[in-house]
Every structure is written in C-alpha cells, then in structure tokens.
Design a protein around this ligand. Structure first.
Ligand SMILES: O=C(O)c1cc(=O)[nH]c(=O)n1[C@@H]1O[C@H](COP(=O)(O)O)[C@@H](O)[C@H]1O
Length: 285
C-alpha cells in the first residue's frame, strides 16, 4: 500500500524534532529494555519467549506517557531466535500505539549494500522491526552508513552513531589519533548531517556517560555536532547524574541519558519500575 505509507511518512515530523518534544515533556531519560536471564529470574519469569514477552510489555506499559523513550536491546531478543524477534516486533508495535519513542539498540554497521538491508529492517516504512531510531556502528567507515542515514532522513526516523562508547575497551579504537582521533572524526561527520538543526538534528551520537575525561583529553566539542546524544552508563556501569553534568554540562540540552539494569532491577511491579525511572530521571535535572 505505497500511498498509505507515503501519507504516514508525510505526517511524521523528523526524529530530532519528535525527540526534542518528548524530552521537553518527559525529561532527558531513555529507559533501556534489556531482558537479561538474571533479570527474568529476579522477576519470577522463565528464560523463554513467554518470560521475554511479559518482561517487555510490562516495561512499555509502565513507561508510556511518562518517559521520553525506550531502548530495547536487540541482542537479548535475538538469543530467543525467531520467536524472540517476534516479541521485539510486538514490543515496538505496542510502544508505537502507546506513543513512546523507541530506539532499537542493534548497533548495525556493514558494507553499503548490506547496510541498505539493515536500514530497510530498522528504518523502513512498513517494516515490522522499524523503530523511531536505531544505533549504528561506524567502524566500517562512516560513509558505509549512508544507506541508513538517507533512509532515516526519508522516513522521519533517526540514528545514533557510536562515538565514544561507555566500555573501557572502546578507547583502543576510538581514542586513536590524539587531537584528530577516530571518535572526533566520527563526531565531526555527524555534525555535518545536522548542520543548521536546532536544538538538534536526527543523526545522533552515542557518548558513554563514563567517558567525560576522554572528551576533554581528545578536545571534542559535542555542542558543534548539533546531535542528540544518547549517554549510556548510568546506574549499573557506575555513572551518576552528577558525573553526567560534569561531562556534558556545556551541551546539556542535547543529552538523553539511558539506563537499563539500574531501573529494571526494580521490577516486576510497574509502579516500582516507574519510581526507579523517575528517580534516575530526576538525578539528571
Ligand atoms: O548503544 C548503546 O546503547 C550502548 C553504547 C555504549 O557505549 N554502552 C552501552 O552500554 N550501550 C548499551 O546500553 C545498555 C546499558 O545497559 P545498563 O548498563 O544495564 O544500563 C546496554 O544495552 C548496552 O548495550
């Protein structure tokens, strides 16, 4: 039904605008949905597709209308095979109906011709896996991401490109080059996609909440990227709201903190999950 699809795209504001509106309404927190086996057990659920489904739908129902965005971790659905992917599709569909933005954390990156297929899956109109945005890895070369950047722009969706990741191993690749580091080049390339956007465009960056010192050492200017910045590392990985303010104070309006285990550990009660999310979000205010 191509005409209906065209209408849906025309009615959709660009992702950056929709994210800015959601953050203005609900604050700068994205709740991660990471159904780890240990969390399923802690919630009294089996490590199977029924447990995965119950976990995921509980998080969506608890957060919709209260938080800016959800970020399902694709790996934790893939480990359940095709039935797990079906649960991810249902989770994305419920989020869409409930009006909460979704960022599929798939960290995709490949040669251009393959990238085009990933783009269709995660950003294509009519794809059951399409989210509002998807995480991408630029380490096959930033321009290899072009099919996804173009499709996101065409469908009003967004991407978050890995810049400086929260894990300690990332430094061995991302910090290489000193003043002209690999990460700085990726961040500059993202800035070119967003030129002129206010407060930010639809091509985001992932910058770990744990890497504030590297930002300074590498002389990186995040404000110039005009990118929404997804900042994981809050909670379970040790970063606090205070750490984030110190690291990102100069570009605070661009920051969307994200935490998964630190919030999900409060489940399975929906109200306890929401309280945990509110406490985390309030630490960012
Ligand atoms: O792209 C991501 O979201 C991501 C990038 C990064 O640098 N570090 C990072 O932890 N993540 C993801 O963010 C989530 C963090 O989970 P918690 O440590 O439980 O809050 C996981 O799904 C990670 O895969």
């Amino acid at each position: 039904m191509p005409e209906q699809r065209d209408d849906a795209v025309a009615a959709r504001a660009p992702f950056g605008e929709r994210l800015a509106a959601a953050m203005a309404e609900h604050g700068p927190l994205c709740v991660g949905i990471d159904p780890h086996p240990g969390l399923l057990a802690a919630w009294g659920l089996n490590d199977d597709v029924q447990g995965l489904r119950s976990f995921s739908l509980t998080v969506v129902e608890a957060m919709a209308g209260h938080m800016a965005a959800l970020k399902p971790q694709v790996a934790l659905y893939e480990r359940h095979g095709s039935a797990g992917i079906a649960v991810l599709e249902e989770t994305l569909a419920l989020s869409r109906t409930a009006g909460i933005l979704t960022i599929a954390d798939a960290k995709r990156g490949d040669i251009g011709s393959t990238m085009a297929a990933y783009a269709q899956a995660w950003l294509g109109e009519g794809s059951a896996l399409a989210a509002d945005a998807v995480t991408l890895s630029p380490y096959l070369g930033y321009e290899s991401l072009r099919p996804a950047l173009d499709l996101a722009a065409a469908t009003g969706r967004g991407v978050f490109v890995l810049g400086l990741t929260s894990n300690p191993e990332g430094a061995a690749v991302q910090h290489v080059g000193g003043a002209d580091s690999v990460a700085a080049r990726v961040i500059r390339a993202v800035g070119m996609e967003n030129a002129g956007a206010v407060p930010f465009g639809s091509t985001g960056l992932v910058i770990g909440a744990t890497v504030g010192d590297a930002l300074q050492r590498l002389g990186i200017d995040l404000a110039a990227s005009a990118a929404p910045i997804l900042a994981p590392g809050l909670g379970a990985q040790g970063a606090t709201g205070a750490d984030m303010k110190e690291a990102f104070g100069a570009c605070w309006d661009q920051i969307l903190g994200t935490s998964s285990r630190g919030i999900l550990a409060a489940g399975p009660s929906g109200s306890a999950l929401l309280d945990a999310a509110r406490t985390t979000r309030d630490s960012l205010r």
